[in-house]
Design a binder for this molecule. Structure first.
Ligand code: SF4
Length: 394
């Protein structure tokens, strides 16, 4: 077992960061052979990520079941200061023109009084900023309006079911559903884009059909589906299994062509393979596939086109893959992404092992590195939830 869970000093249950030494096993020679060349081999993500997720704070008044057992009422002393936060945004700007998108998460970002100031700084740099908000007492029409005035482009809200009782039970927070729907109204009144984030578990997957209708009615621009990892110790029902994951993916593939929102997946890179196959089967040329919104993100996965910055500036390949790569207080984010060994290895599809190393879709999908690491201890190993066979091609 590589991940363990313990109580943090501030009361939060979290996965202990993996010591750097355990990563050395990942730096081995490239896979010795492949079945065929990979279409769309990725140099695209070599120099800049597409998305930077930044956990601004872990403070939050809620105790949603998937997140924590105690509310964290105080901000941590190690959080990036306002000036450091602004410097981080300047480092994001230095990556590319246009700069990568920034997704500000928590905890509850509204716990920070300087949130609007930070967003305003990023917006002035031309960064597309999305802020994920929690349905706490701090979430109000005025708070959303402040974000809009500061230059945020989009607000993300969590919705796990189209039914209030199921959503509230899943979160363990009575009233969460109604507060979230009220926030949707405020987001539209403020003229901001809306992103809905759904956690797919054995319970919530049963209601995805109804939820998809609600996501349409709510006018979301993006529906992000997050697949919790089957890490050791996960309570029964808090995630899905490989077969259920495949069922949801196939269902999404049928939904996508007529959906008025874009679909993104977290811990679900097989989605890229399905998108690619659908467009390819429609006869869309490779160059045009790349220009579609979904095609533009083919191959995006942990550490390859995305990264995660914690409240104190630690950098990881993603929120779910806790392999430390550096800290923005001691090294610029750009250097970490371009030069840290963990990112160099994860960006290189030629280093994947097992089935993923042999797969013709290794550049487009490449499997969830976080799931491979959580289940097998090898961040470059095969994705244990993938039911695709590179040998049979299905
Ligand atoms: S074998 Fe690996 S790269 Fe191929 S589709 Fe499955 S997870 Fe993706």
């Amino acid at each position: 077992m590589y991940w363990t869970v313990r109580d943090m000093p501030d009361g939060e249950l979290m996965f202990v960061d993996t010591p750097s030494s355990t990563f050395t096993g990942a730096i081995r020679p490239a896979a010795p052979r492949v079945l065929s060349t990979a279409p769309l081999p990725g140099k695209r993500y070599a120099r800049a990520p597409v998305v930077v997720e930044w956990e601004l704070t872990r403070a939050c008044a809620l105790t949603c079941r998937h997140c924590r057992v105690h509310p964290i009422t105080e901000r941590h002393a190690a959080e990036l200061t306002t000036v450091e936060a602004q410097q981080l945004l300047e480092q994001v700007k230095a990556f590319s023109n246009p700069p990568p998108e920034v997704l500000i998460t928590g905890g509850d970002p509204l716990e920070r009084a300087d949130l609007a100031e930070i967003v305003s700084h990023g917006a002035a740099l031309g960064i597309h900023i999305t802020v994920h908000l929690c349905p706490t007492g701090r979430l109000s029409a005025a708070a959303v309006q402040r974000l809009a005035r500061a230059g945020a482009r989009c607000v993300s809200l969590g919705l796990d079911a189209g039914d209030a009782a199921v959503h509230d039970a899943e979160r363990g927070e009575p009233g969460s559903f109604d507060r979230t729907l009220a926030a949707v109204r405020w987001v539209h009144e403020a003229g901001l884009g809306l992103r809905i984030l759904t956690r797919v578990t054995e319970t919530t997957m049963m209601g995805l059909e109804a939820l998809s209708q609600l996501v349409v009615e709510l006018g979301a621009a993006e529906w992000a589906l997050e697949f919790p990892l089957p890490v050791p110790g996960t309570p029964p029902g808090r995630t899905v299994n490989a077969w259920q994951y495949g069922v949801v993916m196939r269902w999404l593939d049928k939904l996508a062509p007529d959906a008025p929102f874009s679909i993104t997946t977290i811990n679900g890179p097989q989605w890229h393979r399905l998108v690619f196959e659908r467009l390819r089967d429609q006869g869309v040329p490779l160059a045009e596939i790349r220009r579609t919104p979904a095609g533009n993100r083919l191959g995006l996965r942990d550490g390859r086109g995305m990264l995660f910055v914690t409240r104190s500036g630690d950098v990881y390949p993603s929120r779910w893959l806790k392999l430390p790569a550096g800290n923005v207080r001691s090294r610029p984010l750009l250097h970490i992404y371009r030069r840290a060994p963990v990112f160099a290895v994860l960006k290189d599809e030629g280093r994947l092992r097992g089935k993923c190393g042999l797969c013709p879709y290794r550049a487009i999908c490449g499997g969830s590195r976080a799931r491979a690491y959580a289940v097998t201890g090898d961040p470059l190993g095969p994705d244990p939830w993938c039911l695709f066979s590179p040998w049979r091609g299905a």
